[in-house]
Design a protein around this ligand. Structure first.
Ligand code: CTP
Length: 409
């Protein structure tokens, strides 16, 4: 899926060593369907050549405000009018200071001051996103932090910086985000803010029910769909709390906020973590919760006594977290969404679960073909009927789910 289709991005490049990553960033943006126009400062040309950027972007590169290639001689006006966002990557400490003061002494700074997006004859604000890159001392300097504060007040969107190894050999805050991360952040920025101000609770992944200190009962859920829902909800402007079973996934990031996360192991832990969060507007119960646990967990590893020895386990049922949470909801608040991974009769089982759990929406999918995969097909089932989405990657499906849920709120 090309998430930046029909978007034109003006990529500004300023003088910093991270400019060597700019051609890769252009490639990433184009891969996502964007049209990219590049404007460089003079200093940037010391780190990467305009020829390279022209080749990868497929468009002429602009550096000087006196560039005569724009017919009316006003590149600082004309270059921003048809763009959906200006992204400056890397942005130097010097350029941030200039932007915060409104200085306009070269093409890129003048263009940022004069920026406007024109559509059907109406001129609106053209968003400005910046990705800082500098030595940690420069980043932490009070003057740079003053620029940051002013730029945030001026609605400039800051992506990063990250912490880590720096080109100068020091380690700390000030690294530019990687091109893939910048591209992801830009995609997130363009998502409609359908859940702005909403509090979203999500469970994801499997649970693990111990038998003894080294063995347990679990299932094949990877948590990818739940984590994709968390990311899509964050992108849509929600405050997200994620309760994750044992998975090896990083907490998703978006440019505009942070997901709070707790890790749990068993269904009982997940149950307690969910019940501790009654104050939410939406509950996505994506986790594949184990239905049973072993009644008495052995304190030591169970040993094989003989060749024919087969241990017997006394299983008890786990609480149904979604059922219990939905029961507490008065007048469908919070709005609860169930997920069902089936092996057969998807729609039938899905409809039964919708009724049994008394929830307004259930999302069914075929378990074995999706566990651990990056792609899926889902069926949304509610009182009105069924709708199918996919096959598609899980983040695209998660965005579809957010859109469909927001219609039902
Ligand atoms: N669920 C839950 N707590 C449980 C079992 C399931 O919260 N103990 C939730 C899941 O997170 C999911 C929905 O209920 O949103 C359906 O889960 P699923 O395992 O498909 O269904 P079950 O109700 O467990 O029924 P069965 O195992 O018989 O298919």
């Amino acid at each position: 899926m090309m998430s930046l289709n029909n978007k034109t991005i003006l990529l500004g490049i300023t003088g910093g060593i991270a400019a060597y990553k700019s051609p890769e960033l252009v490639r990433q943006l184009i891969k996502q369907g964007a049209k990219v126009k590049v404007v460089m400062t003079d200093a940037a040309t010391h780190f990467v050549t305009p020829t390279t950027l022209q080749a990868v972007s497929g468009n002429p590169v602009f550096i000087s405000q006196w560039d005569a290639r724009i017919p009316n001689g006003m590149p600082h006006i004309e270059l921003s009018r048809d763009v959906d966002a200006i992204l400056i990557a890397p942005v130097s400490a010097d350029f941030m200071a200039k932007l915060s003061l409104g200085l306009a002494d070269d093409l890129l700074s003048t263009l940022c001051l004069a920026r406007g997006h024109e559509s059907n004859g109406v001129l609106s604000d053209c968003p400005l996103l910046i990705t800082p890159s500098m030595n940690r001392q420069m980043w932490e300097h009070v003057a740079t932090q003053r620029s940051v504060e002013k730029l945030l007040q001026d609605q400039v969107i800051l992506l990063g910086p990250a912490s880590g190894d720096q080109a100068c050999g020091e380690v700390g805050m000030g690294r530019m985000l990687e091109p893939v991360e910048i591209c992801e952040a830009l995609i997130a920025f363009f998502q409609p803010k359908l859940l702005q101000g909403k509090k979203v609770l999500i469970t994801a992944g499997p649970t693990y029910e111990p038998i003894d200190p080294v063995r347990g009962l679990t299932n094949r859920s990877s948590g990818k769909m739940g984590f994709a829902i968390a990311r899509a909800a964050l992108e849509a402007g929600a405050t997200v709390h994620l309760i994750a079973g044992p998975v090896s996934l990083e907490t998703p990031l978006a440019y505009s906020g942070k997901i709070t996360r707790v890790n749990v192991m068993s269904a009982a832990d997940m149950h307690a973590a969910v019940m501790a969060h009654p104050d939410c507007d939406l509950f996505f119960s994506v986790a594949a919760v184990a239905d049973w646990r072993v009644n008495h967990i052995a304190e030591q590893k169970i040993k094989k006594q003989s060749a024919s020895d087969i241990p017997a386990f006394d299983l008890v049922q786990n609480p149904d977290i979604l059922l219990e949470f939905a029961k507490k909801s008065v007048n469908q608040h919070p709005f609860c969404i169930g997920f069902a991974a089936e092996t057969q009769n998807l729609i039938d089982h899905g409809k039964k679960k919708l009724l049994a759990k008394n929830i307004p929406l259930l999302i069914a999918n075929h378990g074995p073909s999706t566990f651990g995969e990056d792609h899926n097909q889902i069926t949304l089932i509610d009182a009105q009927g069924e709708s199918h989405f996919g096959p598609a990657d899980k983040i695209s499906l998660a965005r579809d789910v957010i859109r469909e849920v927001s219609k039902r709120l």
